[in-house]
Design a protein around this ligand. Structure first.
Ligand code: ARG
Length: 577
């Protein structure tokens, strides 16, 4: 067993009765009390005993002493974990021997499978993420949905869930009416073929400028969208072409990010699946007419009404989401359907989640909205309609170019295709890491300088550390050194192994909280401990052969954990930098 916290929690839970026979505390409860003290001199793991004061009616130091004695008596932790009482805390120190015999061999045996679980076996999770709006900019605001979504997919897969990643493309809606009007008035096929999404966006921006002066344009746009919904062949052909132009470009970005989807069923896919749901809403008496539009009144739940049909009969964003959820429930029979979007859409999800519950769908409580905060660059907010936006492709390109320059000065021997590949992996990795270091719900200010700092808490630093473990492994192989789990001789090794033992718990927490940043921060912990070990303890230059092999084994374990952790947050590993 590599979950040391669980080992300790079990020992505490079963010893509590010795202090007070009428008291009972579950292992899970103890687990939630256990802390990793920021000051490691306090022990590896600490139990603040005041948490039991009420249950046991005793002073915390007495509880700590009582527990320590009871656990010692039971022998549950003997040879594995030592205890000491400091005030109201019971501190635990993990024994070298336990790490050597029970933690290190498990990591070596499982390799990159270490840290995963089968808690999701037999369960299906649908993840709806990235989902840019065709012919609108694929901007930095979509970075969150794209990388949080994909990371959550990888995390769930690592815990045994079957996952379906869906790009719910914004390929339907009145904006296509606007695009059709704008294209017919001011567009040029060749210019768009050559300029891609930027040209489509320029048309979209122009539409809004002109519509300020001439309100009739909005009516024209609505009429064109209505024709599109009715299947007008000319409008359909234009619409398909807008999607092709956009996708050609998105695919470049997805390829750089290393992201693929299992389904690209966008909003348009549900066109023929909406009438059934609208009918059901009507049958259940949930639809109300409001100024010609059909709505579901949610005032009872403290929310504004959910719009289902406009007065001209055309459908809306929530209508399509409802039809999509029904389709997914029927097609995938999901245990969870996760939607990753900006927090600005929280109300939208709360509304239609409530609507499907009112419709009586039994899976309504399996829908999960995972919101994230806003991204600004240098504190500036990013608007969509004005054209003043940072595109994801430009952001990635800047990062890749900068890394390429850094490599030119730092490692001039790297050239050609290899240099290009490494620059791309590190540049993109820097952006993702910087973004995913942030607690998802917090607004963040993106700083390219911080993201690319090789000496900071960054992607390049983490990737560099990973590459260092690869190079040690390569050298060991050339020297014929074989890893083995011998005696742990230094505090640096002990600390590092304790950090590695936490991996499974970190993965579990990240899945439970839908929070990839827990993995990102954990990667920094592993890197810090590994680099301390690397600087203070000679590895392949160790004099003693046993020490050398053990340190190689520890380095190999770090290599597997870092490798897996990086890929969980969508970072492409490079064996060289
Ligand atoms: N296309 C939307 C946007 O860019 C996000 C779609 C999210 N998914 C959903 N099922 N509503 O804002």
């Amino acid at each position: 067993m590599t979950n040391i916290k669980k080992l300790i929690a079990d020992a505490c839970a079963s010893s509590i009765g010795t202090i007070n026979p009428s008291a009972s505390v579950s292992s899970d409860t103890v687990m939630s009390y256990l802390e990793y003290p920021p000051d490691r001199a306090m022990g590896d793991i600490a139990l603040p005993c005041f948490k039991f004061s009420r249950e046991l009616r005793m002073a915390p130091p007495k509880i700590a002493e009582g527990l320590s004695a009871a656990i010692n008596n039971s022998g549950a932790l003997s040879g594995k974990v030592d205890m000491s009482v400091v005030g109201g805390y019971l501190n635990f120190r993990v024994a070298e021997e336990y790490l050597r015999s029970s933690v290190l061999p498990v990591i070596l045996e499982l390799g990159e499978d270490y840290g995963g679980s089968d808690e999701g076996k037999g369960k299906t999770v649908v993840l709806d993420y990235s989902s840019p709006n065709v012919a609108k900019p694929f901007h930095i605001g979509h970075l969150g949905s794209t990388v949080i979504g994909h990371s959550l997919k990888k995390l769930h897969e690592f815990c045994g869930y079957k996952c379906v990643g869906i790009n719910h493309l914004g390929d339907w809606g009145t904006q296509f009416g606007k695009m059709i009007v704008a294209y017919r008035k001011w567009g040029d096929r060749e210019v768009i073929e050559a300029g891609g999404v930027d040209e489509l966006v320029a048309l979209y921006v122009r539409f809004h400028e002109e519509a300020e002066k001439d309100a009739a344009l909005e009516d024209e746009a609505r009429a064109e969208f209505h024709k599109l919904e009715e299947g007008d062949p000319d409008n359909l052909a234009l619409w398909r072409w807008f999607i092709d132009v956009s996708f050609k470009e998105y695919n470049v970005t997805y390829k750089q990010l290393g992201i693929e989807f299992d389904s690209y069923a966008g909003e348009s896919f549900y066109t023929d699946k909406m009438p059934e749901q609208v009918e059901l809403l009507r049958e259940k008496g949930l639809l109300k007419l409001d100024d010609g539009a059909s709505i579901v009144d949610l005032s009872e739940y403290g929310m504004p009404p959910c719009l289902i049909l406009r007065s001209d009969g055309s459908t809306l964003y929530p209508t399509r989401d409802i039809a999509a959820a029904v389709y997914r429930a029927r097609t995938y029979d999901f245990d969870k359907c996760i939607y990753v979007t900006a927090a600005a859409q929280s109300l939208h999800f709360a509304q239609w989640f409530r609507v499907v519950e009112l419709m009586g769908y039994p899976w309504a409580d399996r829908l999960v909205h995972v919101p994230y905060g806003m991204v600004s660059i240098g504190g500036e907010k990013l608007a969509t309609r004005t054209g003043n936006v940072i595109l994801l492709k430009d952001l990635l390109k800047t990062a890749i170019d900068k890394v390429s320059d850094i490599i030119t000065t730092k490692n001039p021997s790297l050239e050609g295709e290899e240099k290009r590949e490494i620059s791309e992996a590190v540049g993109v990795g820097a952006v993702i890491f910087h973004y995913l270091l942030n607690n998802r719900i917090r607004d963040m200010s993106f700083s390219m300088e911080d993201a690319l700092n090789f000496d900071g808490n960054t992607g390049p630093y983490a990737m560099y550390t990973y590459a260092r473990t690869c190079s040690i492994k390569r050298r060991a192989e050339a020297d014929g050194v074989v890893p083995s789990c011998g005696t742990i001789t230094t505090e640096e090794e002990r600390q590092l192994l304790i950090t590695l033992s936490r991996f499974g718990e970190v993965v579990k927490g990240a899945v439970q909280e839908y929070e990839p940043s827990l993995v990102t921060r954990y990667i920094l912990d592993v890197c810090a401990d590994f680099n301390r070990f690397y600087h203070d303890c000679p590895i392949l230059n160790a004099e003693d052969e046993g020490v050398k092999s053990t340190r190689l084994a520890i380095t190999t374990a770090v290599n597997s954990v870092l490798g897996r952790a990086l890929s969980l947050i969508c970072i492409r590993k490079t064996e060289k930098i």
